[in-house]
Design a protein around this ligand. Structure first.
Ligand SMILES: *Cc1c(COP(=O)(O)O)cnc(C)c1O
Length: 858
C-alpha cells in the first residue's frame, strides 16, 4: 500500500513596510515594467525563476525568511520605494492635452477580443492577435483614454508545448489556479460581485465576471466555470480555440452577448464599441436587442448600433472566418430572434455572405458596424477586395474598408538595455513615441556603445538558448556529446555568429520551411566555419492543424541532418517570455509568408525597434515599413511573385531571392568589420531600423489612430443619431429604405454636348438628367470623374466633382420625375482628358458616402 501524500501551501506574511508589493502584483503594469519584475526577483531569484515570472504566485511561494531579509536591505527598500512612486505617478499621469481636449465627459470605448496577451503569467493568448490586443490595452492605459476591454478567462488557457525526440509537438493543458493570476472578481457600483445569465438551449447559464487591471484601464474576463452550471457548461471557457463548433459558438455567445450584459451590470455605457476580429461580433445582436426592447424598429436599431461600432478584421482568407451552420444558429438563437423582431430568415440574413451559406461572423460584423478596417495598407486593400460584394456596385478601392496598421507596445518589447540607453540621452523619450524626427538622435549614439548593447542582448539570448536546448535535448535522451555538437556555434564570442530568428505560429502560409527549398545551396551558405550563420526557430501549431505540426517535424528533421546540426535550432515552448528574448537578441528577423496572407505581422516590429534587421517578404506591415535611403536600409525586402499562376514556382523563386540576399547582402554586411571589430555598415542599418520603425509601428501611434479616425467619430456620430429622439436615425433609415426600393429604376443621361476642345481657363457646363423613380432630388448626388482606364479594367480617378441639389435651390420638374444636375467646371488639368459620370445615394447622415453599396455609372 502506498502512503497518502498531503499538500499544504505555506504563504509568507507580507511585512507592512513592503505591503504594496501586493498592489504591484495585482496590476499588469508589471508586464511592461521590468523594474517591478526585477524587484520581485531581488527578494529571491531562485524562487522567482521557479514561479515562472509570476508575481502573485511568487508572493505565495517565497519564504518568510527571504521576505524578512528584504526589509533590512536598504538597496531593495530604495528600489521598492522608487517602484511604488513610479506606479503612482503613472496612474496619475494626465492625458496629453491634444487628446484630452477632444474627449467628451461621457466617452467610453469598449474593446472586445477573444484573447489577450500581456505577459506569460496570464496565458490567455495564442499568438499575434492576442498580443496585439494586449498591446492595445497597454497603450490605452499609457495615454489614459476612457477605455474598457472584454475577453474570456480560460481555465486552461492555451496549451504548453514540448517537442519530442521525433519532432512531434506535444500539447499539455493544465488547470490554472485563478488565485495565482492578477485578477479579482469584478464588482458593480454597489460593491456586489457580478455574475450575469445567458439563455442557452433549454437552460440558463451563469457567467462570472473577473477584473484585471492593466495599468489604469480595466479588462473584464468572463468565466463559466461555476458550480451552478452543468459540467459541460463549466467547460465552455476552458480552452482558447479548443473544442468543436459547438464550443466555439458557445464561447462567442459568452464573449459577445455576455460581454455586453457584463458591462451593463457594471453600470457602463460605452459610446464606441470595437470588435477586434469576428469572434466577438455577437455583441451586435445583444445591442440590437437592447434598442428594440426600448421601442425602436429593428432597422432603426441596426442603424443606431452600427453607428457606434468599429470592426477590425485580421483574416485575409475566407476560410479563416468563423461560420456557423443555420442549424446550429437556430438551436442557440431561435428564442433570440423574436426579441429583435426578426423571423428566422431575416435573422440569418444578418450573417449571410453575399454568395455564401451559413452564418458568417465577419458578415455580421460588417453589417453591424459603420467603420471597418484591416491592419496594414496591403491588408486593407485585400480586405476591401474580399468584402467587395457587401457594397456590390462600389469599386473595392472606394468601399468603406480602410486600414490602421498594427503597432507594438514599446515598453513591453524594447530591451531594458536600450530603454536605459535612451533614458540616459533623452529622459522624455516615452512621451515622443509618435514624433518621427525626434528619433534621429539614434544616429548620434556612438557606434561602439550601440554595438555593445546589441552584443549584450545577443549574449543574453544565447545563454537562454543554451539553457533551453540543453534541457530539451536531455529530456529527449540525447547524449551530452550530441548536445555539445548542437550548441557548438553558440560557444564563440557573440559577435562572431550571425543569428537569424524565425518565431511565430506554425501556420502553413507563414512557410517556416521556405529556406529549405534549396537544401544544397543553404548548406553551402551555412558551411563557412569562419563566418557561421545559425537559424533559430520556435513556435506553436494549433493542436488541430496537422500541416502546421508537420512543419515543426520538418524543421526538427532538418536540425538533425548532419549538414545542419548546430546551424538549425528548434526551441520548444514559444511564449511571450521567449518572444521577448528572441526579438531583442537575434541579428536578423526572418519572415517569409505567402503574399498577401500576412495581415500585418507584428514580431518584425518588435525586432526592428531593437535594431534587429528584418529580412522579410514585402507583405503586411513590412510593405510600408521597409525603407532605403541612399546606401542604407532598415532591413531587406523580398518582392513577392505573382501567385495567380503557379504557387510552387513562386515558392521556389522567393526562396531563391531569400538565399541570394543572405549570401550577397546580409552575411557580407555582418562580417565586414573595421579595425576595432565593429561592423560599421550593419550598425548604420540597425540604427536606421530603430529610428524608422520605433516611432511608426508602436501601439501608442496605433491607438491614437483608432481614437482619432474611428472611436471619436463613432462617439460623435452615435450622439448625433440619438439626438431629438433619434430624428436623424429615422430619417437615414427611411432614406435607405426608399433608395434601395427605387434604385433599379434610377437612370441618368448626359444632356449637354461635350465640346471637342476647350481652352485652359474656360468653364465647362455639363448637365445630367436623372430619372428619380420616385426619389427626391436631394436623395442622390451625381459625380463627374476625370481619370483613366487602367490596364486591369478599373477606372482610376484623378479628380472628382460632385453635384447635389436641394429642394430649396432647384426647381424640380415633378411631371416626368426627371431632375437635371448641373456641373460648372473650371478644370485645372491639361491635355487630353477622359471623364465619366455616376449616380450615388446622398444623405447628410451617412457616415460613408457609399455605405449603401449603390452606384450607377452612366
Ligand atoms: C508578436 C508575437 C506573435 C506575432 O508574430 P507574427 O510576426 O505576427 O507572426 C506571436 N507570438 C508571440 C508570442 C508574439 O510575441
Amino acid at each position: 500500500m502506498t502512503a497518502q501524500i498531503y499538500a499544504l501551501e505555506i504563504t509568507p506574511r507580507l511585512p507592512a513596510r513592503i505591503k504594496r508589493l501586493d498592489d504591484l502584483a495585482n496590476n499588469l503594469y508589471y508586464s511592461w515594467t521590468r523594474s517591478i519584475r526585477h524587484l520581485f526577483s531581488q527578494i529571491d531569484p531562485v524562487c522567482w525563476q521557479q514561479t515562472d515570472d509570476n508575481p502573485k504566485l511568487f508572493l505565495k511561494r517565497v519564504s518568510q525568511a527571504k521576505m524578512d531579509a528584504a526589509i533590512t536591505d536598504p538597496v531593495f527598500l530604495a528600489d521598492y520605494d522608487d517602484a511604488c512612486r513610479h506606479f503612482d505617478d503613472y496612474l496619475a499621469q494626465p492625458m496629453p492635452e491634444s487628446i484630452a481636449k477632444r474627449i467628451q465627459p461621457n466617452d467610453l470605448i469598449a474593446y472586445f477580443c477573444a484573447e489577450y496577451g500581456f505577459h506569460e503569467s496570464l496565458p490567455i493568448y495564442s499568438g499575434g492577435l492576442g498580443i496585439l490586443a494586449g498591446d492595445h490595452c497597454k497603450a490605452a492605459s499609457d495615454i489614459g483614454i476612457p477605455f474598457v476591454a472584454v475577453g474570456l478567462l480560460y481555465r486552461q488557457g492555451y496549451f504548453k508545448q514540448t517537442i519530442d525526440a521525433q519532432g512531434n509537438q506535444i500539447a499539455t493543458y493544465q488547470d490554472i489556479d485563478f488565485t495565482t493570476l492578477p485578477i479579482a472578481p469584478a464588482t458593480d457600483p454597489k460593491g456586489n460581485a457580478v455574475t450575469i445569465r445567458l439563455d442557452f438551449p433549454g437552460r440558463v447559464i451563469e457567467v462570472k465576471v473577473w477584473l484585471a487591471m492593466i495599468g489604469r484601464i480595466r479588462l473584464f474576463l468572463l468565466d463559466t466555470d461555476l458550480p451552478g452550471n452543468s459540467t459541460d457548461d463549466r467547460q465552455i471557457t476552458y480552452r482558447l480555440y479548443g473544442g468543436d463548433r459547438r464550443t466555439r459558438i458557445e464561447q462567442e455567445i459568452v464573449l459577445g452577448i455576455g460581454g455586453v450584459r457584463a458591462l451593463r451590470a457594471l453600470g457602463l455605457a460605452p459610446t464606441a464599441w470595437h470588435i477586434n476580429e469576428g469572434h466577438a461580433a455577437f455583441q451586435i445582436l445583444e445591442r440590437l436587442r437592447e434598442h428594440v426592447s426600448s421601442g425602436e424598429t429593428e432597422t432603426v436599431a441596426l442603424e443606431m448600433v452600427a453607428s457606434t461600432t468599429v470592426f477590425t478584421t485580421h483574416t485575409p482568407v475566407p476560410a479563416g472566418h468563423d461560420v456557423f451552420t443555420d442549424v446550429l444558429m437556430a438551436e442557440y438563437f431561435s428564442s433570440f430572434w423574436p426579441q429583435i423582431k426578426l423571423d428566422q430568415e431575416s435573422f440569418l440574413a444578418l450573417g449571410r455572405e453575399p454568395e455564401g451559406s451559413g452564418f458568417n461572423m465577419t458578415a455580421l460584423a460588417l453589417r453591424g458596424s459603420r467603420q471597418h478596417n484591416g491592419v496594414s495598407a496591403i491588408h486593407g486593400r485585400v480586405a476591401a477586395e474580399m468584402s467587395r460584394d457587401f457594397w456590390p456596385e462600389v469599386p473595392a478601392n472606394e468601399n468603406p474598408i480602410t486600414h490602421v496598421t498594427n503597432g507594438v507596445h514599446v515598453d513591453t518589447f524594447l530591451a531594458r538595455e536600450f530603454s536605459q540607453l535612451f533614458s540616459s540621452l533623452h529622459r522624455d523619450w516615452r512621451w515622443n513615441l509618435r514624433e518621427k524626427s525626434y528619433w534621429n538622435f539614434i544616429d548620434d549614439i556612438p557606434e561602439d556603445r550601440f554595438w555593445s548593447v546589441r552584443c549584450a542582448l545577443k549574449a543574453e539570448l544565447i545563454r537562454e538558448i543554451r539553457l533551453r536546448l540543453s534541457r530539451q535535448l536531455s529530456q529527449d535522451g540525447l547524449s551530452d556529446i550530441r548536445t555539445e555538437r548542437t550548441l557548438r556555434y553558440l560557444d564563440r564570442p557573440e559577435s562572431d555568429v550571425l543569428l537569424v530568428g524565425f518565431a511565430r505560429r506554425f501556420a502553413t502560409y507563414k512557410r517556416a520551411n521556405l529556406i529549405f527549398r534549396d537544401r544544397e545551396r543553404l548548406a553551402k551558405l551555412l558551411s563557412d566555419e569562419n563566418r557561421p550563420i545559425v537559424f533559430v526557430f520556435a513556435g506553436k501549431a494549433h493542436p488541430a492543424d496537422e500541416p502546421g505540426k508537420g512543419l515543426i517535424r520538418e524543421i526538427w528533421q532538418m536540425a538533425n541532418e548532419p549538414e545542419f546540426q548546430g546551424r538549425i535550432l528548434l526551441l520548444e515552448g514559444y511564449d511571450m517570455a521567449l518572444a521577448r528574448k528572441l526579438v531583442t537578441g537575434c541579428d536578423v528577423w526572418l519572415n517569409n509568408p505567402e503574399y498577401p496572407l500576412e495581415a500585418s505581422g507584428t514580431s518584425g516590429q518588435k525586432a526592428g525597434l531593437n535594431g534587429v534587421l528584418n529580412l522579410s517578404v514585402a507583405d503586411g506591415w513590412w510593405g510600408e515599413g521597409y525603407q532605403k535611403q541612399g546606401q542604407i536600409a532598415n532591413g531587406w525586402s523580398i518582392k513577392p511573385y505573382n501567385r495567380s499562376f503557379n504557387h510552387d514556382y513562386c515558392d521556389t523563386e522567393e526562396a531563391s531571392d531569400l538565399l541570394t540576399l543572405l549570401e550577397s547582402d546580409v552575411k557580407p554586411l555582418f562580417y565586414q568589420r573595421d579595425q576595432n571589430g565593429l561592423p560599421n555598415g550593419w550598425i548604420k542599418y540597425a540604427k536606421m531600423a530603430i529610428r524608422t520603425i520605433l516611432p511608426q509601428f508602436n501601439s501608442a501611434r496605433m491607438v491614437c489612430d483608432y481614437l482619432t479616425q474611428h472611436y471619436l467619430p463613432a462617439s460623435v456620430y452615435g450622439r448625433r443619431l440619438r439626438q431629438n429622439n433619434g430624428a436623424e436615425a429615422l430619417s437615414l433609415e427611411d432614406f435607405k429604405r426608399r433608395v434601395l426600393a427605387a434604385w433599379p429604376g434610377v437612370t441618368g443621361i448626359l444632356i449637354s454636348d461635350v465640346p471637342a476642345q476647350i481652352h485652359s481657363g474656360d468653364t465647362l457646363t455639363l448637365n445630367v438628367a436623372v430619372t428619380l423613380n420616385g426619389l427626391n432630388p436631394e436623395d442622390i448626388a451625381v459625380e463627374c470623374l476625370f481619370g483613366q482606364d487602367t490596364p486591369s479594367g478599373d477606372w482610376a480617378t484623378v479628380e472628382r466633382f460632385s453635384t447635389t441639389v436641394t429642394a430649396t435651390t432647384t426647381e424640380h420638374d415633378a411631371s416626368d420625375g426627371t431632375q437635371v444636375y448641373s456641373f460648372t467646371l473650371n478644370i485645372q488639368l491639361a491635355g487630353l482628358q477622359k471623364f465619366r459620370f455616376r449616380i450615388v445615394p446622398n444623405h447628410s447622415a451617412q457616415l460613408h458616402p457609399y455605405e449603401l453599396g449603390l452606384m450607377k455609372w452612366i
